[in-house]
Write a protein that binds this ligand. Structure first.
Ligand code: MG
Length: 176
């Protein structure tokens, strides 16, 4: 069960701050694009995404884009960011991400992965052995049968995440 339960859940990517990442020992972040940073319909990063990437850069966090989408989409999105990116990443297989870590000389235990899908993004992080898997809700989901099914299958794991968070909160309250 815990394999599919994300380590952290945030309502929006911009709630993930460099100080949070530093506090958990992370200096590199694999970042999904579609439905994590922008919708499938946004070809370019929004001003909010650019500001967030800039904040990460200033704080010394290396962001690397890891997307299952095609080269045209990923290149167009990443062009102005000058960050390392990988289209056709074949998530949840960890091979491409592993290569990127090697290229950047970063240890997997200093990296985290951010995405909107448990069976794609969180699983990649698990197979790779990253320090933390971070999930955000999809910005605007596709309405296809396949996506609806995937979201349905994710539900028990999200519920498990929230149960764990409530339990930890209660334990903390009890101790104070
Ligand atoms: Mg996505």
């Amino acid at each position: 069960m815990s394999f599919s339960v994300p380590d952290y859940f945030f309502e929006h990517f911009d709630q993930i701050t460099p100080s949070f990442l530093h506090s958990i020992g992370v200096r590199a972040l694999f970042c999904d694009i579609d439905n994590t940073l922008v919708t499938y319909d946004d070809p370019l990063p929004t001003p909010a995404v650019i500001a967030w990437l800039e904040e990460m850069h200033q704080a010394g966090i290396t962001v690397m884009f890891l997307s299952n989408n095609d080269t045209v989409r990923v290149q167009q999105f990443c062009e102005k960011t000058a960050l390392l990116s990988c289209p056709h990443a074949h998530k949840p297989l960890p091979g491409k991400a592993k290569k990127m870590l090697k290229q950047m000389n970063i240890d997997k235990k200093e990296s985290a992965i951010l995405g909107d899908q448990i069976f794609t993004d969180v699983w990649t992080g698990r197979f790779l052995g990253v320090k933390a898997t971070i999930l955000v809700p999809p910005i605007k989901d596709k309405k296809t049968f396949f996506f609806r099914l995937k979201r349905r299958l994710e539900k028990p794991f999200l519920a498990a995440y929230h149960r764990r968070t409530r339990r930890i909160k209660k334990e903390k309250q009890r101790r104070t």
